[in-house]
Ligand binder design. Structure first.
Ligand SMILES: [Zn+2]
Length: 159
C-alpha cells in the first residue's frame, strides 16, 4: 500500500499520521512533505505496514530535511520501526520517541498481541529496567516479548 499521510492540527503541534509502506515509492510522498511541516510535529507511525531498504533511504533523506525546521516526535512506532531505529540511528535522527509497540506472544496458547509502551507510563527510562507483566487476553498467562527486551529498547541508550 502506497505511503500516505494526513496532517492534523493540535494546539501548537502538527500531527502527521502516516499509513502504508515505506518502500521505493515513498520518496515521491516524502520529498514534498518537509515544506508542509510546522516547527513542531508529531509523527504517528502506528499504521506503517512495512519498511524496506529503498524506503529507509528515502526516509532518512526526508528526516534530514524535516529536522532542519521542525522539532520531531515519533509516536506509535511499530516493532518493525523500532528495529530500524535500533539498526540505523539516522532513521530517527534527533526525533524524540514517545511511544512504541512491542509484540508479545503467549507460550500457552500462541495468542499474539501488540503492547503499547508510552513515555511517562510503562516505557522504561533506560535499558534493563524491569517491565510490567503483560497478560494474555485469552488465557491470562504472562506473555513473552518476541524480541530480547534489552535489544528492543536499545535505542533508549542513544537518546
Ligand atoms: Zn494465552
Amino acid at each position: 500500500m502506497q505511503l500516505t499521510h494526513r496532517i492534523e492540527k493540535a494546539e501548537d503541534w502538527d500531527i502527521v499520521r502516516f499509513s502504508g509502506d515505506i518502500d521505493e515509492e515513498a520518496e515521491i510522498v516524502l520529498s514534498s512533505l518537509p515544506s508542509q511541516l510546522s516547527g513542531q510535529c508529531i509523527f504517528d507511525l502506528k499504521d506503517i505496514q512495512s519498511v524496506n531498504s529503498c524506503g529507509v533511504r528515502a526516509w532518512i533523506n526526508f528526516m534530514r530535511a524535516a529536522e532542519k525546521n521542525s522539532k520531531l516526535i515519533f509516536e506509535g512506532c511499530t516493532p518493525e520501526i523500532v528495529s530500524q531505529i535500533n539498526m540505523i540511528p539516522n532513521f530517527k535522527g534527533d526525533a524524540h520517541v514517545r511511544s512504541v509497540y512491542a509484540s508479545y506472544v503467549c507460550d500457552s496458547c500462541d495468542t499474539q498481541k501488540l503492547e503499547l509502551f508510552e513515555e511517562g507510563k510503562n516505557l522504561p527510562k533506560e535499558v534493563g529496567e524491569e517491565l510490567a507483566e503483560v497478560n494474555c487476553p485469552s488465557c491470562n498467562e504472562v506473555m513473552e516479548m518476541e524480541e530480547l527486551e534489552d535489544e528492543f529498547f536499545g535505542w533508549l541508550e542513544a537518546s
